[in-house]
Design a protein around this ligand. Structure first.
Ligand code: F6R
Length: 616
């Protein structure tokens, strides 16, 4: 949510910053802006425009900014104030000496704004950010360098923020600070970078520094210095980014989302890599909770939001079945407000692709205060949620740039299965050969997902057929129910049409009234191995079809029993029931991506959304 970039070095800062913003635009696209300190005259020049980054680029082409080697930039997801030119970042201090970009929400901004206005400051925007520019500038004008000014300012701020600032009178440094909001440093040679995530600078360096909570970082050409808000020296954690520029580009696809859907076989293979030995026994080295503690776990609560929450719903079926540990799944933003019962023997599993979702972060913080153990399932190395957890299983999906989660979801499922099997192994709930058999099934998932992707043209044909639909329903049972929810979410966020997922058994308790002639209904049929579920799902399909629905049935490819009830049949590879969500979700992703494309929507940047939701 909001992308921020900072640069100091020898290159043209304008190019580095704009390129960084392009790679971060998925984090917000309500406006974009840049501020540079001119090399020749030391004057601060800025440009900022409402709308997507292209508006800013056009403006800079028409009115070029002076050459500069120090600069900052911002791409916004609006919180305080409408998405217009005035509210766009950067914001300047009262005398135009300091420029600031910001991600997050400053909770005490009304009080600080009052105080500034009473002291005669004129604030031009409705944002909470502008006050920080005024506060910082007041500090540098009273003789502090920008680093000290940032420390002093941050001590006065409440809420969540990443701030990046430059001072026209000191072009040698860019200073940033973070509290509860993402910030990484890119370490180059003779140049250094700041970004909301490593995508901002991946084409320049793969060496990164992860900052801790409440830290200030100063980058110059020569180096990087970290302190806390009180000015004490501090340290970040240095790491090497294990993906490169190619992973952050579209690679010939029209959308990042489509590319990421097609990357799923590889992503699943990477998620499994090194997680089991040749005998199919699991090795989760990152789970630094002792076997004894895992054996004592008597309850699991899975928290996450949106798609991550649906991964949790699937996990519940698998984990309870394999381990017999009671497992609850909760939307992260609801979790702490119901005063959940947590003990030392509760394992809270936080699922988050970005590792920065504020709702999920607050949920785990609550769990930590209650002394529960926290395990993160996360895709982003160096992000806050795994850092604040006792253990982590990284999903290794590589960067997910399309705003709608796809490979993030499938690899979250894989990580949840690994966790469930690992718990079963440690606690002795399953024999070694049973675990090995399931691990073998997991190892086949990349090929099975590929087999579904090979049917993409058929699914695109469906999107063509239903491109005028104004409502689509999704039905599933058991582990197919979260798949239905996920299919509906993808369609809502990308095609902006009414889409709902239901547990098929719930139909007759109300939703069946929605069925009318020609309504497309996707139906996820469990594998035949689970006879009861399978047959009950077929009954549900018959019920909606009898009332005029057009049924698009996802079922095992050689299932003879469903064909008579399917207007369209999409064959899924044979897999165990609990693993079926991995293959059944893929056609729904392809359908949503293609339908939105045909409707002329921006698939990678759907309206009103941002990739990583860093505000509560
Ligand atoms: C939907 C989607 C969102 C995210 C949710 C959580 O396609 O992407 O629902 O799943 O905002 O995000 P993370 O996983 O980053 O915590």
């Amino acid at each position: 949510m909001c992308g921020i970039v900072g640069y100091v070095g020898e290159q043209q800062a304008r190019d580095v910053v704009i390129e960084g913003l392009r790679r971060l635009e998925y984090r917000g696209y309500d406006s974009a802006g840049i501020a540079l300190i001119g090399t020749a005259d030391g004057v601060l020049s800025t440009d900022k425009r409402a709308g997507k980054l292209t508006n800013l680029e056009k403006a800079i082409e028409e009115h070029p900014l002076p050459p500069a080697t120090t600069g900052i930039g911002h791409t916004r997801w609006a919180t305080h104030g409408a998405p217009n030119d005035v509210n766009a970042h950067p914001h300047l201090g009262a005398h135009g000496r300091v420029a600031v970009v910001h991600n997050g929400i400053i909770e005490n901004f009304a009080r600080l704004r009052d105080e500034l206005e009473r002291a005669g400051h004129e604030l031009l925007s409705e944002t909470d950010t502008e006050i920080t520019a005024h506060l910082l500038e007041t500090e540098v004008e009273s003789g502090h360098d920008l680093t000290t000014a940032m420390q002093r300012t941050c001590r006065r701020l409440e809420g969540a923020f990443t701030l990046v600032a430059i001072d026209a009178e000191d072009p040698s440094r860019v200073v940033a600070a973070r509290r509860n909001s993402p910030l990484v440093v890119g370490i180059g040679e003779g140049e250094n970078f700041i970004g909301s995530d490593v995508a901002a600078f991946i084409e320049h360096t793969r060496e990164a520094l992860e900052l801790g909570q409440d830290q200030v970082v100063t980058i110059t050409r020569e180096g990087v210095a970290v302190t806390d808000f009180d000015g004490n020296e501090a340290e970040g954690r240095r790491y090497h980014v294990d993906w490169d520029l190619a992973a952050a580009e579209k690679g010939g696809f029209d959308w990042f989302m489509r590319k990421e859907i097609f990357e799923q076989p590889r992503a699943i293979a990477d998620a499994l890599l090194g997680r089991h030995d040749e005998d199919g026994q699991l090795q989760l080295d990152e789970v630094r909770i002792s076997d004894g503690e895992l054996r004592d776990i008597d309850k699991i609560i899975i928290v996450g939001c949106g798609t991550a929450n649906y991964a949790g719903l699937v996990a519940k079926y698998a984990i309870e079945h394999w381990t017999r540990i009671p497992c609850e799944v909760e939307l992260a933003h609801e979790f702490r407000y119901r005063d959940p019962i947590l003990t030392r023997n509760t394992l809270v599993v936080a699922i988050s692709q970005s590792g920065e979702t504020a709702d999920t972060l607050m949920a785990i913080r609550h769990a930590v205060t209650q002394r529960a153990k926290v395990l993160a399932i996360c895709n982003t190395n160096g992000s806050t949620i795994p850092r604040e957890s006792d253990a982590v299983i990284y999903t290794h999906a590589g960067p997910e740039i399309g705003v709608a989660s796809t490979k993030g979801f499938l690899t979250q499922l894989i990580a949840c299965y690994l966790l469930g099997l690992y718990l079963a192994q440690v606690r002795g709930n399953k024999y070694g050969d049973e675990i090995a058999a399931l691990v073998r099934e997991l190892a086949q998932m990349p090929d099975k997902v590929q087999a579904v992707l090979d049917q993409a043209e058929t699914i695109y044909g469906l999107a063509e057929r239903f491109q005028d639909a104004r409502s689509v329903l999704f039905l599933g049972r058991h582990a197919g129910f979260p798949v239905a929810l996920e299919g509906a979410l993808k369609l809502k966020e990308l095609a902006y049409i009414h889409a709902e997922g239901f547990a098929a058994g719930e139909l007759k308790h109300g939703p069946i009234a929605l069925i009318e002639e020609g309504l497309p209904v996707f139906c996820v049929v469990p594998p035949r191995g689970r006879d009861q579920l399978h047959d009950k799902m077929i009954s549900a399909i018959q019920e909606v079809r009898a009332r005029g629905a057009l049924t698009i049935v996802l079922a095992e490819e050689d299932d003879p029993e469903v064909a008579p009830y399917a207007d369209v049949l999409i064959g899924l590879p044979t897999v165990p029931t609990l693993l079926q969500p991995v293959v059944a979700t893929v056609p729904l992703q392809l359908f949503a991506c293609e339908l939105a494309t045909r409707m002329g929507h921006d698939v990678d940047q759907p309206r009103n959304l941002a990739k990583s939701v860093t505000v509560e």
